[in-house]
Design a protein around this ligand. Sequence first.
Ligand code: F6R
Ligand code: MG
Ligand code: MG
Length: 385
Amino acid sequence: MKTTISHIKADIGSLPGHTTVYAPVEDEVRKYVKNNSAGLVTDFYVTHIGDDIQITMAHEKGIDNPEIHGLAWEAFKAGTALAKKVGLYGAGQDLLKDAFSGNIKGMGPGVAEMEITPRKSEPFIIYMMDKTEPGAFNFPIFKMFADPFNTPGLVIDPNMHEGFRFEIWDVVDGKKIELSSPDQMYDILAMIGSKSRYVVKRVYTKETHEKLPDENVAVVTTDKLSLIAGEYVGKDDPAAIVRIQSGLPASGESLEAFSHPFLVSGWMRGSFNGPLMPVGINGSKMTRFDGPPRVAALGFVLKDGKLAGPVDLFDDVAFDGARKTALEMTDHLRRMGPFEPHRLPESDMEYTTLPKVLNSLADKFSPIENHEKKHKLKESVRDMD
Ligand code: F6R
Ligand code: MG
Ligand code: MG
């Protein structure tokens, strides 16, 4: 029997700024799902990271199901009503459309779903990030499923030795490609290093996988809020579902990918590079410079449609070192103020409020004398090469 895990998340208001969710609003969302999910989902869990409310659901209706998406949409609407009543900041921020049209994709909330053939024991991890973008998952997902220095199972376990297939989306041009690791590893890296454009959407096992052939084993939300709304409406904070163990990365191999904080885009005003800090849910208030960007990891097992757990996996001393490093990186980067590469490059600022500031200066510019000559000089230098 196939089972679907759907993870749907949205920022529907926070306090005092984009800091953290308001517990009664999270409760309202939870209550709505509880009261309206009979016969629809077999189990669910509601949590948050920073200012994003997160709903994990297990069901048998497959991906892109209008009833499941509708349930999440209505739950976020119920939470939004309370958020508006108490005056939360950015109440209803991610509910970009007024009416639900059957699929929550493109309407604001982030969606990660996979239909699976559950194993005897089906362990998986929900990763949730705040103050960053879907491409922030490129690096850790690559490490989990393709880097033998992170995941020795790729070398040691015959089931993993063949590697995995990566589905990569070009979120700017709306195209996708499938590439196989390790044989096409350099092609994969050629793309996913450009993380604001190419994002790992899904990872699959290969046909030759003895325990779990041709299965979806990881999925990431790839909703670019800025592109949906046409202007900056908050960073599209991502989430991912990663299946683990028994021919897949072990729980610890999956978590290991976050042990050395790496830089992600987002943070303050969605405009800065910052370290991704692994935290327990209790450490997920976005404070310093509206961050730093954070990731939480909740471990579940699924059996007959029921979820056991979660275990708050980064709520552990083993990640104290990573947190310390992330805070040192924070201190270091913050000294750069509004300068690149702490601030994002101009191309990535297109959907922020910066172009409005630059536009207001446009008619105050005057030409630089001899500028054309300089271009000509450049060309003649090139001619001499
Ligand atoms: C980043 C984020 C925050 C806000 C910042 C300014 O994803 O949500 O850093 O961009 O707090 O918010 P506004 O413009 O709403 O005052
Ligand atoms: Mg927010
Ligand atoms: Mg957020």
